[in-house]
Design a protein around this ligand. Structure first.
Ligand code: PNS
Length: 161
């Protein structure tokens, strides 16, 4: 049977770390659904459409990867599309507590769900979307942090605002 996994996130914006995890997941599983959270407690800098567009640029060349958006609980979304495996990246120890909690809550809400963690690439352990946003908003160089193909679009967003 073909194995489908989901890589959920805010992707506000996609970073080299996200690109690495999605690429590695695409080599391990038959199909990878990258799911962009529409509404969260945080107001995103990039619209849902922009985040999807940036992801398409970053990982759209991977044949078995598709990009969707979802609203509400991840556990419910997974149930609605018959996915029972979440893949997430783990960067540093401080990620662990939150991710561990989320994995348990998701399993409580939908007992078919398992969460698999891939360790972040050594070059991405320090990297986060919020760091990219902060550096970019202050005019810093983000070229080591985001995929080259989306660099200019991310910078342009800050030039506009
Ligand atoms: O990129 P992020 O912000 O770490 O991604 C977090 C995400 C989107 C995976 C997580 O916030 C999520 O699944 N949100 C949907 C709402 C939900 O299911 N919450 C869990 C129970 S509180």
């Amino acid at each position: 049977m073909k194995k489908t996994v989901i890589c959920p996130g805010s992707f506000d914006p996609v970073t080299l770390g996200h690109q690495d995890i999605i690429t590695r997941a695409s080599k391990m599983f038959d199909r990878v659904v990258v799911a962009v959270l529409v509404n969260s407690s945080k107001t995103p800098t990039f619209t849902t459409e922009e985040r999807i567009e940036l992801l398409r640029e970053a990982v759209g060349d991977l044949d078995n990867v598709e990009i969707v958006s979802f609203d509400g609980l991840l556990a419910e979304y997974c149930k609605s599309c018959g996915i029972n495996t979440i893949v997430k990246g783990l960067r540093v120890v401080s990620d662990f507590e939150y991710e561990f909690q989320m994995a348990i809550v998701n399993k409580k809400l939908n007992p078919t769900l398992e969460t698999i963690f891939l360790t972040a690439d050594a070059d991405s352990t320090f990297l986060s979307s919020s760091m990219v946003r902060e550096i970019c908003s202050m005019g810093g160089d983000i070229s080591n942090f985001v995929p080259a193909c989306v660099h200019d679009r991310i910078v342009a967003k800050y030039r506009k605002s």
